[in-house]
Design a binder for this molecule. Structure first.
Ligand SMILES: [Zn+2]
Length: 59
């Protein structure tokens, strides 16, 4: 069995409003807004990030 290193995980998010895709860290601790339409995509809530966008891919 292979042990995967999951330390550096990137998420590919799709903005639900304008469908622009953006790449961000899985452990987001900062606010992330869509570059295009300014919609809030990630909201950090006490250690856990609340992701409001659609996750298309985990890289
Ligand atoms: Zn957008």
């Amino acid at each position: 069995m292979k042990i995967l290193m999951m330390k550096k995980k990137f998420l590919k998010l799709i903005c639900p409003r304008c469908r622009l895709s953006q790449i961000t860290f899985g452990k987001a601790s900062t606010w992330l807004k869509c570059e295009n339409c300014n919609k809030l995509l990630i909201k950090p809530t006490g250690g856990k990030a609340k992701i409001k966008a659609k996750i298309e891919k985990i890289i």
